[in-house]
Ligand binder design. Sequence first.
Ligand code: SF4
Length: 195
Amino acid sequence: MKNKFNELISNLKKCRLCEKKFGFEPHPVILGNANSKIVQISQAPSATVHETLKPFTDQSGKKLKYEWYQISDEDFYNPNNFYIAALAHCYPGKDKNGNDRMPPKVCYETWIKKELELINNEIYVVIGAKAAKTFFPNDNFNDLIFKDNYINGKLAIVLPHPSPLNIKWFKDHPKFLQDRIIEIRKEIKTILKIK
Ligand code: SF4
């Protein structure tokens, strides 16, 4: 199983399937290993991550790591703790209106689905409406955030996007910061065995 995973990752690092569509060389971002305790899945790497290859170093990342999880970079980037994935491994570029393109579906089908089958994680954390839609196509996004969900029989926590631009959502759902994130933080720290 481990060899299969290593082979998959080695091929994934060389993947250039979307080069024509993007118009630039894709940079697959992969952090984690076959035994990461938490598989965290968001939408797609940003333009900055395309260069640095280190996700969640922006304002959204700071909120996620330091305010919501309340863990250090050392714990967050420890591959035994988090497998940091997204619906696509590469930054997809901008569309003609200057917005980030949607993550290419081919990535999920070609790589992510297979990775998820091979990782021996304990729980999932799904970030943002687009990632949630992939795993729970028939559920209301807000309902998913306030309850425990399951992927492959394992607990799946759903989070809103931690972007500082997401102001309205937090205003409309004060219970998230008052109660829900406290339960989620406790669950994450229990899994990671940190205080
Ligand atoms: S987004 Fe996924 S499928 Fe497309 S080039 Fe990157 S790794 Fe390959």
